[in-house]
Write a protein of this length. Structure first.
Length: 129
């Protein structure tokens, strides 16, 4: 039987190396979620989302059971001039956000730019919190 040298830091060094590589390598499938502001006016509920470089055809808006869902995709477009990126920090790919819509809003009346949901006739003049 031969004796081997035991190094208690071997596993720690392997973990540190893997963790450092994970943080420094570009992440192509990193999830992202656009920032959203939702506010109420006298007649509608307004949703504004930060969607830079997202084509409108890549955005899907649905309302089911008083839940508004906005989904889409920001596509990465590589530069075609032959020069590469030095750093890529913005996230790309698909996103989905869902929000409860108060019953006082008529989800059949949805507009865009910014997205707005009209107040239902029964709630006109009431304030929702």
């Amino acid at each position: 039987m031969s004796l081997s040298h035991f190094d208690p830091l071997t596993n720690l060094r392997a973990f540190e190396d893997a963790f450092s590589r994970m943080l420094s390598e570009p992440q192509t499938n990193r999830p992202w979620s656009p920032s959203v502001d939702i506010y109420e006016t006298e007649n509608e509920l307004v949703l504004k989302a930060d969607l830079p470089e997202v084509d409108q055809k890549d955005i899907d808006v649905r309302v089911e059971n008083q839940t508004l869902t906005i989904a889409g995709e920001r596509k990465f477009q590589a530069q075609e001039n032959g020069k590469g990126y030095h750093r890529i920090e913005r996230s790309y790919g698909s996103f989905v956000r869902s929000f409860a819509v108060p019953n006082t809003f008529d989800t059949d009346k949805i507009g865009r730019h910014p997205m707005a949901i009209a107040a239902s006739e029964a709630s006109h003049g009431k304030t929702c919190h």
